[in-house]
Design a protein around this ligand. Structure first.
Ligand code: ZN
Length: 297
């Protein structure tokens, strides 16, 4: 293979130069989730007609859109599969480290034991199966911090079923920092500059979940509901994984324009907020529930 080696030696510098100069070469910027499906069979009672690979790709792209700062390269390698687990899904860290300290790799398993009645959305990049939208926020000195974005009023196959997209986004959220065995995580989460909302404490349960009802990274995901990535989820991951300039609104369609319109008609609910100077007090947070303008289909 001598001649092949010589050929490679001659060609490689040219390829390298082309890679540096070529207009089609992508420059890595922000979060890159390298996801590989490694097998297993979907549960036989899964409904909706969608596919885990499409849904996982959508979930990864929503998270990537939250961390796009070209000055920060953040790579996470994920293997995901179907398998029997307790609960809807499970994340396991397989690698962490670096500076800043981050989870570098992990495995996600989606339950195929038959205990989880999944809805596999055939159109995971829209929320057309849901008819109602609920949003909550903490009132902070820097203005409202949105802590929950939940679709309900599920129709068709989505009704009464666990949304596979929400579970994929939740389990990926563990890979971005909120993980029990992440040695760089702490609880509670105190937001520090240069992040927005510096000084706000984000209530958490252990180092892997937020103690916030309706947050994607909260403990509970109800069948029939879809949980979007909220600004508080992005902020918590950014704090733990030291990403300085996150995009708190990673969805381009239909958010964020529609959400600005939808923050009318608020219903008070009880929750907690804790702010800088160590004070803690119960307050009201607000939520809105109404018919989604883009409706069901
Ligand atoms: Zn979890």
């Amino acid at each position: 293979m001598k001649s092949l080696n010589r050929h490679l030696i001659r060609v490689l510098p040219i390829v390298a130069a082309a890679a540096l100069l070529g207009p089609s070469v992508e420059v890595q910027a922000g979060l890159i989730i390298h996801a590989t499906f490694v097998g297993g069979d979907a549960p036989s009672d899964m409904a909706g007609g969608g596919d885990l690979i499409d849904i996982f790709d959508a979930a990864a792209s929503f998270w990537e859109a939250a961390f796009t700062d070209p000055k920060d390269h953040w790579v996470v390698n994920i293997q995901y599969q179907w398998g029997p687990v307790n609960g809807n899904g499970q994340f396991r860290t397989t690698g962490q480290g670096g500076d800043p300290h981050r989870i570098e790799s992990g495995t996600i398993t989606f339950d195929n034991s038959g205990r989880t009645p999944f809805f596999a959305d055939p159109t995971p990049r829209d929320n057309s199966e849901y008819t109602q939208y609920t949003q909550g926020h903490f009132d902070t000195p820097e203005g409202p911090l949105i802590i929950s974005r939940v679709y309900s009023g599920a129709t068709g196959d989505a009704a009464g079923r666990v949304d596979l997209l929400s579970i994929a986004e939740h389990e990926l959220g563990h890979a971005l920092g909120l993980s029990l065995d992440n040695t760089g995580a702490s609880s509670p989460i105190i937001v520090t500059a240069p992040l927005p909302f510096a000084g706000v404490m984000i209530p958490s349960v252990g180092t892997d979940h937020l103690d916030i009802v309706g947050a994607l990274m909260g403990l509970i995901q109800l069948p029939g509901d879809r949980y979007l990535i909220s600004p508080v989820d992005v902020l918590a991951e950014a704090q733990i994984s030291q990403f300085g300039d996150p995009n708190l609104n990673p969805y381009s369609v239909p958010e964020p324009d529609s959400l600005a319109l939808l923050s009318i008609g608020l219903v008070a609910l009880a929750a907690w907020r804790v702010f800088r100077y160590g004070r803690s007090r119960p307050v009201a947070w607000v939520s809105s529930m109404f018919n989604s303008p883009w409706g069901a289909s």
